[in-house]
Design a protein around this ligand. Structure first.
Ligand SMILES: [Mg+2]
Length: 187
């Protein structure tokens, strides 16, 4: 059986971080004008205050799976060995990141009930893992795979076709595209 490693954030679910952040800020930021990767950089001097409140929140409580994610992953799990690999470290409040790990585990356990929880991997160092296929919204996390699928997100949408070709990466915009790519061609 071929192996697939799937990222969690921005691939399986968007979580509720953006909503929590917007509630705190009291406005909806213009994400398009954002230069860096991290939305939380918008907080500036309010960062410490925000994270003191945030550390006890569960950003997966009430979060949804992306459209078609459940059905496609379930079908994939019949022909591939599926691993979910996700980072859980909050860089701003590293000592409380264990809360996030638990919240992530609970979300995956309940929402993807057909997967073996032993296949959940909680680590930032995804490149250490060798898999046939990797699906992630960060290109650097695709290394170590024979087939690399970049899931479209606001921070990678401007990556050029040339760059993707160079890196041997295929862009996918949604779970239906993943289904077409992985379930109709080869198994
Ligand atoms: Mg991600």
């Amino acid at each position: 059986m071929k192996t697939i490693m799937v990222d969690m954030d921005d691939v399986i679910t968007y979580g509720k971080f953006t909503q929590i952040l917007e509630d705190y800020l009291g406005y909806k930021p213009n994400y398009k004008s954002l230069k860096g990767y991290y939305v939380q950089d918008l907080l500036k001097e309010k960062k410490d205050d925000f994270f003191q409140k945030f550390k006890d929140m569960n950003m997966y409580d009430g979060a949804r799976l992306l459209p078609n994610c459940y059905d496609v992953l379930k079908k994939l799990s019949e022909v591939y060995e599926i691993y979910i690999c996700t980072d859980y470290i909050w860089r701003e409040i590293i000592e409380y990141a264990g809360n996030n790990l638990k919240n992530k585990y609970d979300f995956l356990y309940h929402k993807l009930d057909f997967l073996d929880p032993r296949n959940f991997i909680f680590s930032y160092h995804k490149s250490l893992i060798q898999c046939d296929i990797k699906i992630d919204d960060k290109i650097e996390h695709l290394s170590g795979a024979k087939q690399k699928l970049l899931f479209t997100a606001y921070h990678n949408k401007n990556m050029s076709e040339e760059k993707l070709k160079e890196e041997n990466v295929i862009r996918v915009n949604n779970w239906k595209e993943i289904e077409r790519l992985l379930l109709t061609k080869e198994k």
